[in-house]
Design a protein around this ligand. Structure first.
Ligand code: PLP
Length: 399
């Protein structure tokens, strides 16, 4: 008997979760597996944040909060946008959710009508497409190649917009490519969008604190203030403060859209955990030294990955932000394994790396482009060194 309806059957299991689940299953069989598939900081949540959560529990902050959240968190979010992004928001322009993921899902559930389309530059974070399609929208993928550093150009955007276009999805810095738009590039996109008032902008800035070599991350409405009243900036504490398990995301945008998100939350999760809300407020308001420590670690890891990739025929544009590399793997497609099988595509290559090398990575097709692999370097240097050595050795067996 199937319990799955047609609508749910139409979407995929998150590919990074699927890759990680395969890695876990192989480990359960006694295999050694190095997991470079998940986008999850390996650090513990900083101590002052954990302490704030313990204090909240002891003080009895253990009740429903209402969908718009605790005032202490909303105020911390407002201060964060002012301090880090130079943006001013009022309390009714802030939403919170069970991770940024819930906010994004609710955004499409609450705003899309059947013929609406959503522009998604590819490669894209794999959940965008399924979330749009699940909620009845048309996901329009806009492939952006390595020649533009995987970034959407104003010309490409202008050519893609139709009267049905409802949202443009921007992810800056990008998962999986690590590309970061400059302020001038955002302004270029903004100039096109100003001519199309039916299009709203979702700017997912969840990786803003992970960036390399002096790269600046400019928030979309800061670059394009004329579009602030139709932009939803999505962010969260998962990646910046190593708080993936606390499930706390936030967003800022027009009050009318925030009311839609709150209404859906009132009928689904009610609110994120009250304890996580207090912890997130402590993260945003508290000492920020963890960000620099994490950034330094990611910088060293990025160098290790780039060094290892240079020993292979994988071709990579060094990432400017986030904790992924997204190398092109076409040199290995069509090659033979030692037992005579042909590697047909990036999925087969990822399977080979896992089965023979014990290294879990995610194939590019999951992010909307074939012949790429995504490797996460959100894992310890020790793990990374062993995983990379195993990957280099495994790739060298393909002839
Ligand atoms: N946006 C992007 C681009 C991500 O990579 C992720 C998580 O991997 C999320 C949003 C969701 O983050 P959260 O943990 O806040 O739900």
């Amino acid at each position: 008997m199937s319990f799955e309806n047609a609508r749910t059957a139409g979407i995929r299991l998150s590919a990074s979760m699927a890759a990680s689940m395969r890695a876990t299953a192989l480990r359960a069989q006694g295999r050694t597996v190095f997991d470079l598939s998940l986008g999850e900081p390996d650090f513990n949540t900083p101590e002052p944040i954990v302490q704030a959560a313990l204090d909240a529990m002891q003080a009895g902050l253990t009740h429903y909060t209402g969908p718009s959240g605790l005032a202490v968190l909303k105020e911390a979010i407002i201060r964060k946008f002012a301090r880090e992004n130079g943006l001013t928001y009022k309390a009714d322009e802030i939403a919170i959710g069970v991770g940024a993921k819930q906010i994004l899902f609710d955004l499409f559930m609450g705003s899309l009508n059947p013929d609406d389309s959503v522009l998604i530059p590819a490669p894209f974070w794999l959940s965008y497409r399924d979330m749009v399609e699940y909620n009845g929208g048309q996901a329009v993928l806009l492939p952006c190649g390595a020649e533009t550093n995987f970034k959407l150009s104003p010309e490409r955007l202008a050519a893609a917009i139709t009267p049905q276009t409802r949202w443009l999805m921007l992810n800056n810095p990008s998962n999986p490519s690590g590309a970061v738009y400059t302020r001038a590039e955002l302004e270029g996109l903004g100039a096109v969008l100003e001519r199309h008032p039916q299009v709203c902008i979702m700017s997912d800035e969840i990786y803003e604190h992970i960036r390399f070599e002096g790269v600046e991350v400019c928030s979309f409405p800061k670059a394009c203030p004329a579009l602030k009243d139709r932009t939803l900036v999505v962010n969260g504490v998962s990646k910046a403060y190593a708080m993936t398990g606390w499930r706390l995301g936030y967003a800022a945008g027009p009050a009318a859209l925030i009311r839609v998100l709150n209404k859906l939350e009132s009928q689904t999760t009610t609110c994120p955990s009250s304890i996580s809300q207090v912890a997130a407020a402590a993260a945003l308001d508290g000492p920020q030294d963890f960000l620099a420590t994490a950034q330094a670690a990611y910088t060293r890891r990025r160098a290790l990955v780039l060094e290892a990739l240079a020993q292979t025929e994988l071709r990579v544009v060094p990432p400017d932000g986030a904790f992924y590399v997204f190398p092109e793997c076409s040199a290995y497609i069509g090659r033979q394994t030692p037992d005579g099988r042909t590697i047909g595509d990036d999925i087969a290559l990822a399977d080979y790396l896992l089965d023979e090398g014990g290294v879990a990575v995610v194939p590019g097709q999951a992010f909307g482009v074939g012949n790429y692999l995504r490797l996460s370097f959100a894992t310890s240097e020790e793990n990374l060194r062993t995983a990379l050595a195993a990957m280099v050795a495994c790739l060298s067996t393909l002839k």
